[in-house]
Structures are given as structure tokens and as C-alpha cells.
Design a protein around this ligand. Structure first.
Ligand code: FMN
Length: 422
């Protein structure tokens, strides 16, 4: 049955100066579709084209590296240099051709760096705490290096505005550099950037202020933040602390916050769902291809147990970040966007209607069904529906992001062919 015009998913939402004509967005998905040195390709634009054609009101890019040091995966797109502007402009033009707003997600990977991103590069972090999934041992950023990191974010935001993006999203979720500073487990510093929560959020604040100075007050600056670090037995930032970070950033002038969860080392982390075959996919076709042979063999040997435990501990479900997101909604006046498992109209409408969040976003469900925004309103027969088998993220950093569950992929390609002909 078509969605009634009163559906909360069709209700406009104000994000800073923008009026977004709907409340279901595409969350960031690093696509592994840029060139090796980070330029936009046709293959990358092809991934976005159907989402635009489906009228998705707001789309967040995959995380864009703001400097070579910040690049975290092979074939990741960058926004670190002016010669990338032409390709970025094509991306913006594509989004605008269908009326979608396009937000550039800005990121520094810190210690969460897949080795294929740039072998031989020395990764940096808040402190020298090894990243256990990839085995990366970072060195702490020196105090005198921090202004240059802040500057790369500001220059990237200025570039984003220059080529016509509708806003930027600062990526402080998922345990990348800004998250590494926020989290006590990865931040053991004793200078003004470590210790108290105020100190741990200092880098995030400096990044935000530098961006705002460069882009002006009338350009949306969003934030992606964890609602839980998911680091049992380690000192993760607590939800109460993360809500406080959001509150402080609201006071600074952030326009909206999107709530997710986890670091790489909280594996399975942000992508709750099913894991059977995940590790083999990761090692043979994804970011695991660049792991040492020893690590690959160890992971393959442990795969059956790890995958079973992950599935048992983290079953997912629609709106799996809502218990945390609603705590942000209760404290903030700016819009709260919740990501995590959304794929049905009922689930999305109830999240928004109940007031637990102001809007929802989807990553895997949009990969499986780029027409999701249209299909939740008026479902096409035989449309692809995400089963959260995680084949997409298993291939991240190796193969182009797509749905790798064969029957769903066939349905998707069939749907795309039909809609192209229509
Ligand atoms: C293939 C893939 C790539 C992702 N890349 C990013 C990224 O670049 N930036 C980001 O903030 N989150 C990224 N995520 C996480 C999603 O934005 C989202 O937070 C998470 O998948 C939970 O949402 P879902 O249940 O709708 O998939 C990625 C997820 C997937 C599956």
C-alpha cells in the first residue's frame, strides 16, 4: 500500500539552514570505488545514481580522507587536494540532478588503517595503542602536529562547499581518529588532549571551529557519533559521556547528529547482523587481503567460533541503535538521526513517530535496495530486501561495495534494469 502523505518519512526536517524533504537518508558507506589515489570514478557515481533517481532526500558520502595521512582504505575517495574537485563536482551534480542533498563525510582514519591504504605509512593516533583487528601500531600525534590535522579538515570542508556539497559531516564515530581521542581506551595522553572528557573532546572542538570559520554560519555541519563504544573490559566512552559531547557540540553550533556505534576492535561492532562466511569473504576479497599471512591464517582458523559468537552476542534487529539515540534526542534540540538496521516502513515510521529520533538513515539496506526511499512508500513487486548477511562490508577495501548475497543481487539488478527502462 502506498505511504499516506502524512507518513513521518515524508515530513520535512530542518537541518541548520536546510529544509530536507523527508526523514529517511542514506548513511555513509565507503564504496571502494574510487581510483587507487582517491579520485571519483564512473563506478562510484553508478553506485549513487539509482539512490538519486529514487528521490532519496539526503545522501551522505562514504568517508572521504582529508589528507594522505588520514586515508584508511584502498580505493577510498579523497577530498584532500584541489585536483580532486572536478570529480567531486560531478558527484554533487549527479545528486542535484534528482533533487537529493549531498553531504560530504570528512574523516581521518588514525590507527584504523587497512594496510592497503598506503603500506609503509606510519599511522597516528591519540596514543600508541595497537589496533587489534589489523595489527596496526600507531604513534601518538605530537602536540605540534595537531594544528596541521585540524587544518586538513577545514581545507576539506572549504573544498566541499566550493564544489557545491550541501554540507559536511564530521566523522567522530566508529573509532577513527576523532573517536580515538574521545575514548579513554585509545587516548592515554597526559597533555591537554587527554584525561578529562573536556580534554578528550578538544580535538573534535578544534576541528569543528576551524571548519565553521572556513565555511561560514550558513553551511550545515553535521556530526556522526557513537551512542556506545561497545568496548567491554576496555575503557570505552560511556553513553552519558557521548551525550555530553553531543550537547557541547550543539552549543558550538553543530546542525545535526547521527548516532551509530563501536570501533573496529569491538568487532562485529557497527554492523550487527549475520556473520556466517564473513571472515573468509574479508580475507579473500576484502580488506583482509592486505593482512599478514599469519594473521589471515589465524583468522581463518578461528572463523567458525568467532562468527558464531558474534552472531550470538550481536543479533542486530531493526533500529538497533535506538536505545542510545533516544538518550541524545531527550537532551538535544538539534535533529538526531538514528542509523542501524532500518529497512521496513513500519520500523522507520515508528522510530520517528515515537519521538525516539527525528530521522533515520540506512547503509546496508540502501546497498541492497538503492530504491529504498521509494520502495518503503510504494513497494515494487520483487524488490530486494537486505538480510544483513554482511557480504558488502566483508568486501570493503577489496572489491567494489555492492550486495554480495546472490539472490538479492539478482533482484536488485533486475529492479534497476526495469526502472531504467521505465
Ligand atoms: C560497506 C559499508 C561501508 C561503510 N562505510 C562507512 C563510512 O564510510 N562511514 C561511516 O560513517 N559509516 C560507514 N559504514 C557504517 C554505516 O554508515 C552504518 O553506520 C552501519 O552500517 C549501520 O547501519 P545499517 O544497519 O543501516 O547498515 C559502512 C557500512 C557498510 C556496510
Amino acid at each position: 500500500m502506498p505511504t499516506p502523505p502524512t507518513s513521518p518519512l515524508l515530513r520535512p526536517l530542518r537541518i541548520g539552514p536546510l529544509t530536507v524533504p523527508g526523514r529517511l537518508y542514506k548513511s555513509a558507506t565507503s564504496e571502494t570505488r574510487a581510483t587507487d589515489d582517491g579520485y571519483v570514478t564512473d563506478e562510484l557515481l553508478e553506485f549513487y545514481e539509482p539512490m538519486v533517481r529514487a528521490g532519496t532526500p539526503l545522501i551522505v558520502t562514504g568517508n572521504l580522507y582529508v589528507s594522505l595521512q588520514s586515508k584508511s582504505a584502498g580505493r577510498q575517495a579523497g577530498i584532500d587536494a584541489d585536483d580532486k574537485k572536478a570529480g567531486l563536482r560531478d558527484w554533487v551534480d549527479l545528486a542535484h540532478s534528482g533533487g537529493s542533498l549531498l553531504i560530504a563525510q570528512l574523516n581521518h582514519g588514525g590507527r584504523q588503517m587497512v594496510r592497503s591504504a598506503d603500506p609503509g605509512k606510519s599511522p597516528v593516533s591519540a596514543s600508541a595503542v595497537r589496533e587489534p583487528l589489523y595489527g596496526t601500531k600507531p604513534r601518538p600525534l605530537r602536540r605540534d602536529e595537531i594544528p596541521a590535522v585540524v587544518e586538513t579538515f577545514a581545507a576539506a570542508a572549504e573544498r566541499a562547499r566550493g564544489v557545491g556539497f550541501d554540507g559536511v559531516q564530521i566523522h567522530a564515530a566508529h573509532g577513527y581518529l576523532l573517536g580515538q581521542f574521545l575514548t579513554p581506551h585509545t587516548n592515554r595522553r597526559t597533555d591537554g588532549y587527554g584525561g578529562s572528557l573536556d580534554n578528550r573532546m578538544r580535538l573534535l572542538r578544534e576541528v569543528y571551529r576551524a571548519i565553521r570559520t572556513r565555511v561560514g554560519d550558513d553551511f550545515p555541519v553535521l556530526l556522526k557519533l557513537n551512542g556506545t563504544d561497545m568496548l567491554p573490559l576496555r575503557r570505552g566512552a560511556t553513553t552519558a559521556e557521548l551525550v555530553r559531547v553531543a550537547k557541547v557540540m550543539e552549543g558550538e553550533g553543530i546542525d545535526a547528529v547521527e548516532i551509530s556505534r563501536a570501533h573496529y576492535e569491538s568487532w562485529p561492532g557497527m554492523i550487527l547482523g549475520h556473520y556466517k562466511g564473513f571472515i573468509r569473504g574479508q580475507i579473500t576479497e576484502g580488506s583482509g587481503m592486505s593482512m599478514t599471512r599469519r594473521r589471515r591464517l589465524a583468522m581463518l582458523a578461528a572463523a567458525p567460533v568467532i562468527e558464531r559468537v558474534a552472531e550470538r552476542l550481536a543479533p542486530g534487529g531493526e533500529g538497533f541503535n535506538l536505545p542510545q539515540a533516544e538518550q541524545f534526542t531527550a537532551r538535544l534540540d538539534i535533529p538526531v538521526i538514528c542509523v542501524g538496521g532500518f529497512h521496513t516502513r513500519e520500523g522507520m515510521e515508528s522510530a520517528v513517530d515515537s519521538g525516539r529520533c527525528d530521522a533515520v538513515s540506512a547503509a546496508r539496506a540502501m546497498i541492497a535496495d538503492p530504491f529504498l526511499f521509494r520502495n518503503v512508500q510504494d513497494p515494487m513487486p520483487g524488490r530486494p530486501v537486505c538480510e544483513y548477511r554482511n557480504g558488502c562490508i566483508a568486501r570493503f577495501g577489496g572489491k567494489a561495495i555492492d550486495c554480495y548475497v546472490e539472490p538479492i543481487r539478482i533482484q536488485k539488478n533486475h529492479m534497476l534494469r526495469r526502472t531504467e527502462q521505465a
